[in-house]
Design a binder for this molecule. Structure first.
Ligand code: UDP
Length: 793
């Protein structure tokens, strides 16, 4: 158990003081955990002591003339700030605001008096929050219990609320569930009893149509169930809610109501399409996720509507930008049907034309901010035209999609759900503090403001993993990183997110089982695709998009596949391979990433990585041991790629410096591949280390190489080692990550948050006014500056 700072100072008095003194004399005035640990070790202190444990908890230090300021992560999602005067060795707790001001003093003192202060805490104090860390990410369960207990105490108000809510539902003017024969809650009670008595005379499988008239006369319309059995079950639930309510019955009843028919999913940036887009800059897992999500959601919606007795076809629209110069993709088409779905579409709305040289082209996700307000405005009209009414739910994706979702949900007055996929803030060191210097590349001033707006406006947020919200014991969560930060000269945020808020829910995605399935399922595999990929990977055929050949193609393949950006850290794997004789003796490296020619990309990070890859391959003389495939594999081929590697008893490595979730990790595991994946981010939760895969530290080459070498050599000695891991990986994905579970839960969340929003006015006009102010004063003025830059291009 880690000691608090006062006990640490008491127990390790001299060492702690000396360490702080050493910190204060470093040339760097701002230090982070890794640097502090290095300093601690280099100064010869004991790594097994309680002081070391405490140092590991320090996120940042700021050195001033006579004191050191500390940001200490006491436990998950809980931070405290201290000022330690070195003259008296006096420790004082300080506020987040004071801490941020110290940071500004060091980084950008000239902005101190002009920096706006933002604080959302007063709003959080008024909204329900889970208390225990272990409930972070299970917001809806807590919200149900909490609000139910409040509402059930006022019986009459509760009944009236429920009654009014149920009466709201109709489709195309046709009333659902209750008609106006039922006048009030007392009457509803009587009619439920009468209906239950009548239903008792009919077998459970009697279709709704055969009992429709009996029910209508009593005041009940369609929507309660497809047959007598389901309707009886739901009326019993309703009866229980009126007479002895409990939160489980409430959740079950609300989840069964046909409340959602039309969904808009927002993903403006990049190339959003179904073919030939994956791996283009900014286009990766998010597109895969949404396309799979849509199909699963549509199916779940149709099934749940059927269960309610409604033969309606729901509609899902993925809203994205239309790119006039679509580089051979379909991204210049207004409407595209989603394959394998019945009524789901990609709707593309162009950015308004300012400078054609910019708006006709793909624009990096870091630069699209000036166009989003008009895009939201035009999309409002386009969505209305497509749905013929307002959507019932709006789901935002990534910072830009969530900003547009915020604007649209406000205008449509509907439930807003947010999905981050990845938040950029924690990916780049000091991304907020030095925002001004980074602005020309990343435009974080708008992105982080958009994140703040979306996080605080969404009715609910779904994340793929726990760490996305609140991190781990040792590392900060993506959302958590918005708690306290400063962007000197723009604003400082004393408290910008509450990871304990009930809006957070963990709902992990799955994999498309038609494409990614275990390699032994030979019947499902297409011979031609298999032949093509085998040829590409192992035949040494000449290919203008491939670097390298394999002297011995029969060696064990070590496989990786991703976009080629800095964070994906593919060069790390090339280094591990390049520096290990053992690995090169037994294995080949197969890399599917980016392009092999830097002139073929506009993305400056990708260009840099391409140069680095060439450098490393030459440096380690890997040309005869590597196949670097610099082209995209279409979905079906990527599925087969994992299986071919598995068949050859290879492994998959995902060495990202940070991975929001890691779809490739799931895909590889479900194909039956032993996976070695980064311990920073989603894979930490997907993989149970040593059981169904391995965690690696993507900056520790020696340790990673050793882990891979050990596993491969154990597998050569005893082939059951590989088999056991392969089976365990498949099992993990089958049991835990399925789109069916995902869509069921997402729909239930949408209904429950919609219900609570209605029943308790969770709308919070006060926070919305605050957000409005931030949007109009900060966001829009920054967007205007960027637009002016674009106009000059
Ligand atoms: N992908 C693909 N072909 C490629 C490269 C990537 O089909 O040539 C797919 C990959 O199978 C995965 C997605 O793109 O489904 C990447 O998702 P991930 O979450 O791993 O990373 P992201 O790119 O979103 O950061």
């Amino acid at each position: 158990m880690i000691k608090d700072i006062y006990k640490t100072a008491e127990t390790f008095h001299n060492d702690f003081y000396d360490f702080l003194k050493a910190v204060s004399t470093q040339p760097k005035k701002l230090m982070i955990t890794g640097e502090l640990i290095n300093l601690y070790v280099a100064s010869g202190y004991d790594k097994n002591s309680g002081l070391y444990e405490f140092i590991e908890k320090i996120q940042e230090t700021i050195s001033l003339d006579h004191s050191v300021i500390l940001d200490v992560r006491i436990k998950i999602a809980s931070i405290k700030f201290y000022r330690i005067s070195l003259e008296e060795f006096l420790i004082e707790e300080i506020s987040s605001k004071e801490f941020l001001i110290y940071k500004e003093t060091v980084a950008k003192p000239d902005t101190l008096n002009t920096t706006l202060n933002l604080n959302f805490k007063p709003f959080y104090d008024k909204s329900p929050a889970v208390r225990d860390i272990k409930y972070i990410g299970s917001g809806v369960e807590y919200l149900n219990r909490f609000l139910s207990s409040q509402m059930f105490t006022n019986e009459e108000r509760w009944k009236k609320n429920l009654f009014d809510f149920i009466r709201l539902h109709n489709f195309n003017g046709e009333q659902l569930i209750l008609n106006d024969r039922i006048k009030d809650t007392k009457h509803l009670n009587n009619q439920i009893n009468a209906a239950l008595a009548k239903l008792g005379n009919h077998p459970a499988n009697t279709p709704y149509e055969n009992i429709k008239h009996i029910l209508q006369e009593l005041g009940f319309e369609k929507g309660l169930g497809k047959d007598a059995g389901t309707i009886t079950h739901n009326l019993n639930l309703l009866d229980q809610l009126l007479n002895s309510p409990d939160h489980n019955a409430l959740a079950e009843f609300i989840s069964s109501i046909p409340m959602i028919l039309n969904i808009a999913i927002i993903s403006p940036h990049g190339f959003f399409g179904q073919e030939g887009v994956l791996g283009l800059p900014d286009t990766g897992g998010q597109v895969v996720y949404i396309l799979d999500q849509v199909k699963a959601l549509e199916k779940q919606l149709i099934d749940s509507l059927k269960k309610s007795g409604l033969n309606l076809l729901p509609k899902i629209i993925v809203l994205t930008r239309l790119i006039p110069n679509a580089r051979g993709t379909t991204c210049n088409q207004r409407l595209e049907k989603i394959y394998g779905a019945k009524n789901s579409w990609i709707l593309r709305v162009p950015f308004r034309e300012y400078n054609k040289r910019v708006t006709d082209e793909w624009i990096s996700r870091f630069e699209i901010w000036p166009y989003l307000e008009d895009f939201a405005e035009d999309s409002y009209t386009a969505l209305l035209a497509e749905f013929k009414k307002r959507p019932d739910l709006i789901i935002g994706n990534y910072s830009d999609g969530n900003l547009v979702a915020y604007l649209l949900a406000k205008k449509f007055k509907v439930t807003q759900c947010g999905i981050a996929h990845a938040l950029e803030k924690s990916k780049y060191l000091y991304s907020a503090l030095y925002w001004y210097d980074l602005e020309k590349y990343y435009h974080f001033s708008m992105q982080f403001t958009a994140d703040l707006l979306a996080i605080n406006s969404a009715d609910f947020l779904i994340t793929s993993s726990f760490q996305e919200i609140a991190g781990t014991e040792k590392s900060i969560g993506q959302y958590e990183s918005y708690m306290h930060f400063t962007m000197p000269g723009l604003y400082r945020v004393e408290n910008g997110v509450n990871p304990f808020h009930v809006k957070f829910n963990i709902v992990s995605p799955g994999v498309n089982e038609k494409i990614y399935f275990p390699y032994p399922k030979t019947k499902w595999r297409l011979k031609e695709t298999k032949r093509r990929i085998e040829n590409l990977f192992f035949s040494n055929s000449e290919d203008p998009d491939v670097i390298g050949w394999l002297d011995n193609p029969e060696k064990t393949p070590i496989f990786t596949m991703s976009r080629l950006d800095r964070i994906k850290n593919i060069s790390f794997l090339v280094r591990c391979f390049g520096e290990s004789e053992e690995l090169q003796q037994t294995s080949n490296l197969i890399v599917v990433a980016g392009k092999i020619d830097e002139t073929m990309t506009d993305d400056y990070e990708e260009k840099e990585q391409i140069r680095l890859m060439h450098e490393l391959i030459t440096k380690y003389k890997l040309h005869n041991k590597i196949r670097w495939i610099g082209k995209l594999l279409p979905k079906d081929e990527s599925g087969e790629a994992y299986r071919i590697i598995a068949e050859r008893r290879g492994i998959f490595v995902q060495p990202a410096l940070f991975e929001g979730f890691g779809l490739t990790v799931l895909e590889a595991m479900t194909s039956g591949l032993p996976v070695f994946a980064t311990k920073y981010g989603g894979p930490l939760e997907i993989i149970q280390n040593g059981v169904n895969g391995f965690h690696i530290d993507p900056v520790n080459q020696e340790e990673t190489t050793e882990k891979i070498v050990r596993f491969l050599s154990d597998s050569y000695i005893d082939s059951s080692v590989w088999d056991k891991l392969s089976k365990a990986a498949i099992k993990r994905v089958t049991e835990k990550y399925s789109w069916k579970l995902y869509s069921k839960r997402l729909l239930s969340l949408a209904k429950l948050y919609g219900f609570w929003k209605y029943a308790t006015n969770l709308e919070h006009e006060d926070i919305n006014a605050y957000l409005d102010l931030i949007y109009h004063t900060i966001y829009k003025s920054r967007a205007k500056i960027l637009l002016e830059e674009h106009m000059k291009r």
